[in-house]
Design a protein around this ligand. Sequence first.
Ligand code: ATP
Ligand code: MG
Length: 472
Amino acid sequence: MKNHKQKNSDGQIQNSTEKLINHPIIKNLAVLFSQAGFELYLVGGSVRDSLLGRLHDDFDFATSATPEETLSVIRGFADNIWQVGIAFGTIGFSKAGSTLEVTTFREEKYIKDSRRPNVTFTPKIETDLSRRDFTINAMAIKLPEGIFIDPFGGLSDLAAGRLATPIDAAESFDDDPLRMLRALRFIGTLNVEPDKAVIDAIVASGDRLKIVSKERIRDELMKLLLSDQPGPAILAMVSTGLASYFLPEIEEMGALSDPSHMHKDLLKHTIQVLMNVPPDPTLRLAALLHDIGKPRTKTVEADGVHFFHHEVVGSRMAKRRLKELKFPTKTIEEVVELIEFHMRFHTYRLGWTDKAVRKYVREVGPERLPQLGTLVRADCTTQNPYLCEKYGRLLDELEARVAVLEAEEESAGIRPTIDGDEVMTFLNIKPGPTVGKILNMLLEARLEGKVTTKKEAFALTREWAKENLGFV
Ligand code: ATP
Ligand code: MG
């Protein structure tokens, strides 16, 4: 007979999972499988998250049916079916905007040096649950009855905020090293703390990451960065040494000490900036990498510690790293520019003329300015609230001036007096960055009232070409 406590916790489970098992799509699917004589269980993230009071739009199921049998059950029910995972037992489909995946109970045998296991099907849900990465992901709900199945104590781990593996952690991570990154991600998304065996296994098995594709590493890194708590996850990534296998620059930051105590702990500062920016991929990546140039540019001089041009060095380092991790070109460009320009604003307090403000807008690009403003505001992590407030006010002022200048230019419809084609014909040059530079120079001259006619524009172009290109 169950004791009172057990009854209570059963009641709580029922409440938490009720919404899930009463979801119309899940209910209908459960009826179809049971009519066909197959077992069906909800598994994975949707079970875990329902216990945390979060409802998903994508659902994972485990079944006793073979993939072919699953196909015959869902035909007529599913809106769209995809079979890319069929060799591994998975049939995916969509229904009324939700994504569902049904996988035949699996058993996995890993071969050294490959993340791809030999998959065999098994008649028992318990065997299937034992191959899963963490105890909190190894719970199941039997449908349609709603019986809760938890052979590895996932529920109590979830309640205790504990991340543990169903089998020996070292063996599990050796089998599939991606699980180490998933562990870090769950620190960020679920606010759980890995138990000692998990940490020890990450420390011991870090170099196994070499068998994981860059794309998978990238995707996990992004999930981690976009999570609610990326800070503790990044700290764990550095303290376990895992960062050194795919983001050594972050590891280097952890090691930087600063005798001036101006940047007491670069990694801590970075993490604070990361948590200060909203969960947007470009901003989170830029926040993570904005100071990676510091360890390599650090100099100690009579007047203190300097990191001259760390933003330029850092933007180059970021470009290399993001390329290596196969990020899309557009993301790389955006992140690199944010890093390169993140120090630019700091000379503003010395006083910028309208010309200097226009140059800033032109170089950064008007479309990138709001993101740069967010990053620069987030970068102020001093304990002194007065200082951040002052920076904030200055930045507000700069942004207001940008808006006024843009409105003036817009209403005046100001363009360079001659266009790109005219410049190219005049100098007999091909399209390229030089043409852009000349047009910018001509626009600047026009805004300052130095040039009003085409004749004057050509004369200025000739002068510029003589000086910068060495010909007339
Ligand atoms: P979310 O969908 O919120 O990202 P999730 O836990 O559902 O989190 P999925 O990648 O959708 O993650 O995987 C579904 C389930 O499959 C997991 O909960 C886990 O049980 C199992 N799983 C996924 N990846 C692995 C892996 N690399 N090793 C072992 N089990 C895994
Ligand atoms: Mg999932």
